[in-house]
Every structure is written in structure tokens, then in C-alpha cells.
Ligand binder design. Structure first.
Ligand code: DGL
Length: 264
């Protein structure tokens, strides 16, 4: 048993899709969420910058005595998970492996698509992880750099979201994939638009659900589960007024905590 909080972090608000799933499967766990909204997006930046920012977020959360770190960001998980593990005295879970394991289990034609940021696509992390699980899997990737700024702006229902999805996906997905990984924790916020565009035959997978399930398995295995009352904190490095509205929309007005601005 361990009553310390779980630290969850992302470049922005996208990682809250992971928090939402963690709350569902681990209702007694306290969570401190940290989103670097001041410097989002990370997916357009280079490896060195992403690593530097990610290590700052890691150190901030470690100072809060978290018992476990969840890297709720595909871009960070794909770029520098090992560097984070090196400086962390507590266990670290990224989002790439849980999503890849689920996709490999679900694909019937062995063709998996991945939508992600430029940094995640160019890291090759999904291709490596999927091939490790099943070497015969064919992987097709598509970088979608317009999605994150649109989502961070809260334009989830605005026509611009549909235009951006069409821009990347209206001609279908290369390779006839039957399974498509939403390889960025922001993308589930526009999942309906993506599903409508690619058609109902393609199975969409987001990293949030398998990551939350894997977290539960690891906490149980390491005897780190909490049996108390959960408390939540949402800490952001920038809190423009639009952000609360976007987050409330996502949590259907049941946002677990008030947003708080922090300085790294
Ligand atoms: N939510 C992020 C991801 O999973 C980051 C997007 C970004 O900052 O570009 O990749």
C-alpha cells in the first residue's frame, strides 16, 4: 500500500485523456497532472529540446513525492523514456508500449496505421514496438502536426478540426490498415471526426485505456495501490481562460480539480 499520488504528465492538456481512464480503473488513486501548456506543442521540436523539457517536468513531479510516473505523451515516450527512467527513483510507464500491444492483438490483416506528431513518427518508436511484438506487422505512419494546436485552442467542434482531419485522411489510409493507433494523447479529443473520416471498418485505438490498465497491473504487482480517498491536482505552466472551458468540455463538466498555474 502506498498513499502517495501518481504523477502524470504531458506537453499540454492531451494527457488528461489518460487521467480520465486512470480515474475509471483506479478510483482510489490520487493524481497530480502536469501539462506544459506554456511550451506545447513538443511534437514539432527536436529531440534535444523535447528531452530537456521532459526532464524538467519529471524533476518537478518527483519533488512532489509521486510514487509512480506516467508519461501521458507519445512524443515524450517516443523520444526520451529511457532518459526519464534514468533519473527517476520511482517506476515510469510510457504510452507507446501499451497501445502497441493492444493494436498487435487486434489487427487481423497485420496492417496497423499510426497517427502521431512529427517527432513520434520520425522516432520510429511505434514501428519498433509493434515489430518487437509481431515481426510480420506492417506499419504505416502519418504525422498530423495541425491536430495539437487545434485541440489546445479548444476548437473541437469547429469546422477547422474537420478540415485538418480531411487534410491528412480524406484519401483513406495508405496500406489498407484495419487498425489505427491514435498515437498522440491529444487525438482522442477529436476521435469522432477521425472515425467518421476513415470509416467504421477501421478500429481506432487510443493509448489512454491500455495505459491505464497497464498502470493498474503494475501498481498491483508492485504493491503500490492506494485504498484511501483520491485527490486530484491539475497543474499547468500556462492557464489562458479558454483552457478551463476546453477541459470542462472534455470532462463533461466533471473536471476533477481546478486548474492551477505552476512555474517549473
Ligand atoms: N500529447 C502529446 C503526444 O502524445 C504531445 C503533442 C505535442 O506536444 O505535440 O504526443
Amino acid at each position: 500500500m502506498n498513499n502517495n499520488p501518481i504523477g502524470v504528465f504531458d506537453s499540454g492538456i492531451g494527457g488528461l485523456t489518460v487521467v480520465k481512464e486512470i480515474i475509471k480503473v483506479l478510483p482510489n488513486e490520487s493524481i497530480i497532472y502536469l501539462g506544459d501548456t506554456e511550451r506545447v506543442p513538443y511534437g514539432t521540436k527536436d529531440r534535444e529540446t523535447i528531452t530537456k523539457f521532459a526532464l524538467e517536468l519529471t524533476r518537478f513531479l518527483l519533488k512532489k513525492s509521486v510514487k509512480f510516473l506516467v508519461v501521458a505523451c507519445n512524443t515524450i515516450s517516443a523520444t526520451c523514456l529511457e532518459e526519464i527512467e534514468k533519473i527517476s527513483p520511482v517506476p515510469v510507464l510510457g504510452v507507446i508500449k501499451p497501445a502497441a500491444v493492444l493494436a498487435a492483438a487486434l489487427t487481423k490483416n497485420n496492417k496497423v496505421g499510426v497517427l502521431a506528431t512529427r517527432a513520434t513518427v520520425s522516432s520510429g518508436a511505434y514501428t519498433r514496438e509493434l515489430r518487437k511484438i509481431k515481426s510480420s506487422i506492417e506499419v504505416f505512419t502519418q504525422a498530423c502536426p495541425l491536430f495539437v494546436p487545434i485541440i489546445e485552442e479548444g476548437l473541437l467542434d469547429h469546422p477547422i478540426a474537420k478540415i485538418a482531419v480531411d487534410e491528412y485522411l480524406k484519401h483513406g489510409f495508405e496500406g489498407d490498415c484495419d487498425t489505427l493507433i491514435l498515437g498522440c494523447t491529444h487525438y482522442p479529443l477529436i476521435e469522432d471526426i477521425i472515425q467518421k473520416t476513415v470509416g467504421s471498418k477501421i478500429k481506432l485505438i487510443d493509448s489512454a485505456k491500455p495505459t491505464a490498465r497497464e498502470l493498474k497491473r503494475l501498481l498491483t504487482e508492485k504493491k503500490l495501490l492506494d485504498d484511501g480517498k483520491a485527490e486530484y491536482e491539475i497543474l499547468l505552466t500556462d492557464t489562458p481562460p479558454i483552457m478551463q472551458k476546453t477541459i470542462d468540455m472534455f470532462f463533461e463538466n466533471k473536471t476533477p480539480a481546478k486548474l492551477k498555474k505552476v512555474y517549473l
